[in-house]
Ligand binder design. Structure first.
Ligand code: SAH
Length: 363
């Protein structure tokens, strides 16, 4: 049992069952014992692998997307480029290399990282020394804002509601009957009191049948709103890439990964990566309400192909050994094929109302 499990067990004893969202926030973000606070979870030796860690092509194409969007809005100078949840900084290293060839861009660039993990921020600092770090949105400087977020929203807490006869009731984490102080055990259960806050569910969720489960991420909507208000006011763009669904729907997507294997969500808080699928319709709703235009979501495979990933792979292969060329083909397939990341991962772009449509989203 983990130290964080004992801490959460004490909290539940003292203050009662906690919503799933509160458990997820503590498991991932407790300042001392949270999953992201204590480790680098990425790569073969960690718990999961992300697109920028699979191939340099991913960050390079995202970099070129930023350049095209920046040029399409008249090359504002200076501008803020902010990455949310940059992991090891790999995407930004590859993006900056691609951006070197764009006249005037690096001179105009003011680079910022929004990151809560001290372990990952230290790795980012080694790889991208000239960024400025923030642990929340509000301290980002004003001005035209270009945002990148890859696999950021899936790590933000979700609330879960279940439709009972009496209405939508929230799922809470409580202590199991056999839980002890030394070996706490948690289980999720529904407190059968309808929530007054049902209006946070999308209409497609509210009409779900009895026993259906609906997920909402107020934190994701809040980040999207903050980013969108800034883009509406000062110009800029946002690119959100994550696994999830195009339309709001019912269904339980909460999952935990440890050493690349699925584990029980509630058994080892602080030791496993807990995520939920991103509801892109909810993000789109928050963005439009804040006054920006939304493009997509489209599938990652479609997006990367439209930006020229196949051509980029050929260029890299021309200079590669046969073994490296095979690796490039494997990476290309993982990023784009519908059986791998190509269809599950979606891409949503936000730009000011009336601004030119962003690259990769032409129909
Ligand atoms: N974008 C990277 C890493 C994805 S993992 C990649 O694609 O490889 C999720 C990232 O989000 C980590 O860097 C994690 O520390 C960060 N993170 C999680 N919750 C956060 C929050 N509330 N605020 C800022 N960063 C957060």
């Amino acid at each position: 049992m983990t130290a964080l499990a004992q801490h959460i067990a004490r909290l539940i004893k003292e203050t009662g069952p906690m919503p799933v969202s509160h458990f997820m926030a503590l498991a991932l973000g407790h300042p001392k014992l949270g999953y992201y606070m204590t480790r680098d979870p990425l790569g073969a030796a960690g718990d999961f692998t992300t697109a920028p860690e699979i191939s340099q092509m991913f960050g390079e194409l995202v970099g070129l997307w930023i350049a095209e969007t920046w040029i399409a809005q008249g090359s504002p100078s200076p501008f803020v480029l902010a990455e949310f949840g940059p992991g090891r900084g790999t995407l930004m290293v590859d993006a900056l290399r691609a951006l070197r060839s764009v006249p005037g861009l690096l001179q105009a660039l003011d680079l910022h990282f929004v990151e809560t993990s001290p372990v990952l921020a230290a790795i980012q600092k080694q790889n991208v020394p000239n960024a400025t770090w923030h642990d929340r949105f509000d301290t980002l400087p004003e001005g035209p804002l270009y945002v990148i977020a890859n696999e950021f929203f899936d790590a933000l807490p979700i609330r879960q509601f279940v439709r009972m006869k009496q209405g939508w009731c929230e799922r809470y984490v409580m202590l199991a009957d056999d839980s002890t102080d030394e070996a706490p055990r948690f289980e999720a259960a529904i407190i059968p009191v309808p929530q007054a806050s049902n209006d946070i569910l999308a209409s497609a969720q509210r009409s779900g049948p009895i026993n259906s489960l609906a997920e909402v991420s107020p934190a994701s909507a809040a980040f999207t709103e903050d980013i969108s208000l800034r883009i509406a006011k000062h110009g800029g763009a946002a690119l959100f890439i994550d696994y999830g669904h195009t339309k709001s729907a019912v269904g339980d997507t909460l999952q935990a990964l440890r050493a690349h294997q699925f584990v029980d969500v509630f058994s080892t808080p602080g030791e496993a990566d807990i995520t939920a699928h991103v509801d892109f319709e909810a993000l789109t709703r928050a963005a439009k309400a804040a006054g920006v235009a939304a493009f997509g979501p489209i599938e990652q495979g479609t997006f990367l192909k439209a930006l020229g990933i196949a051509e980029r792979a050929e260029t890299l292969k021309a200079k590669a050994t046969p073994e490296q060329a095979r690796d490039i083909d494997v990476a290309l397939n993982r990023l784009t094929s519908r059986e791998e990341m190509g269809a599950l991962f979606k891409v949503l772009a936000l730009v000011p109302n009336g601004a030119p449509g962003p690259a990769g989203f032409e129909v």
